[in-house]
Design a protein around this ligand. Structure first.
Ligand code: C2E
Ligand code: CA
Ligand code: CA
Length: 275
């Protein structure tokens, strides 16, 4: 047993070393990324499920490292969140998103809302509301066109602080969506207290919606819940027409997913949805 224990310790150390090494490499490379303009935003359309009209889009961060190539946000966002680099990166996302909204507003005379992801650490920054206000003012973008996607996790940290922040954000006029709704292990009571506009049903539930009875039941309940709370509801990660049909019959308001549109670089998004 002692021998085995020793081996386990060694094995664990090896894995840890790999993880730390990867983390260190990414952390170091992230330091340069903003300065070297290695980030870009991709845009994924969001559709009205009835009319199939584009009613908004989500900005998704892409990082192209000169040697490593495209690094997935699933890999670098958690590291940036841990190291705190997410704050500066997130500020770049807010700026870039507003610049893009302004350009599309001017060029196409459309005013579609744009959703951006706000990480928990970014949400907890003292100056978030001031920062967003200053960027909106500087770029002359109406606050109503900006939608902030936050996760249920922010509520766990400090509910009172979260409520105050959200109220301040509502006051300036931005919209709030709860991302990955249903995966946060949190109680539903926050839904009464948080001034939010929309629930985004997490992809794992959508994945099972046509095959797993429990998933279909959960999605149906979330949609009913959203309606009775007068919130919009959007399904994300919709990949098939079967899923689309089920969501339609459940009276989901909006959908986002590969079945109708993948995330695209701004030029391609423009050609596809604005021209
Ligand atoms: P998320 O906010 O839940 O974004 C949705 C993810 O699902 C995106 O992955 C999107 O490309 C992908 N997706 C959309 N439709 C489909 C579909 O039909 N099938 C499949 N398989 N995937 C679909 P992505 O772009 O890799 O982003 C991963 C996560 O990284 C995001 O999850 C979000 O948590 C985070 N992230 C991305 N951009 C930002 C950002 O600017 N700031 C912060 N804080 N986090 C970001
Ligand atoms: Ca999101
Ligand atoms: Ca999500």
């Amino acid at each position: 047993a002692k021998e085995q224990g020793k081996n386990q310790v060694q094995f664990f150390n090896e894995t840890m070393k790999q993880t730390v090494l990867k983390k260190t490499i990414i952390e170091t490379a992230l330091h340069q990324a903003l300065e070297n303009r290695e980030f870009a935003l991709y845009y994924q359309p969001q559709f009205d499920i009835q009319t199939k009209e584009v009613i908004g889009m989500e900005a998704l961060l892409r990082w192209k490292h000169p040697q490593m190539g495209l690094v997935s946000p699933g890999v670098f966002i958690p590291i940036a969140e841990e190291t705190g680099q997410i704050v500066a990166i997130g500020e770049w996302v807010i700026e870039e998103a507003c610049r893009q909204i302004k350009q599309w507003n001017e060029q196409y005379g459309r005013s579609l809302p744009l959703s951006i992801n706000i990480s928990p650490k970014q949400f907890l920054q003292e100056n978030l509301v001031d920062y967003i206000t200053s960027v909106l003012t500087k770029t002359n973008v109406p606050a109503e066109q900006l939608d902030l996607e936050i996760t249920e996790g922010v509520a766990v940290f400090n509910e009172q602080y979260t409520i105050e922040k959200l109220q301040q954000l509502k006051q300036i006029g931005v919209h709030i969506s709860i991302d990955d709704f249903g995966t946060g292990y949190s109680s539903l009571s926050y839904l009464r207290k948080f001034p939010i506009d929309r629930l985004k049903i997490a992809k794992p539930f959508i994945d099972g919606i046509t095959e797993v009875e429990e998933d279909a039941a959960i999605v149906a309940s979330i949609i009913v819940l959203a309606k009775s709370l007068k919130l919009r509801v959007i399904a994300e990660g919709v990949e098939t027409n079967e899923q689309l049909n089920v969501l339609h019959s459940l009276r989901c308001d909006e959908i986002q997913g590969y079945v109708l549109g993948k995330p695209l670089p701004k030029e391609e998004f423009e050609k596809m949805y604005f021209v």
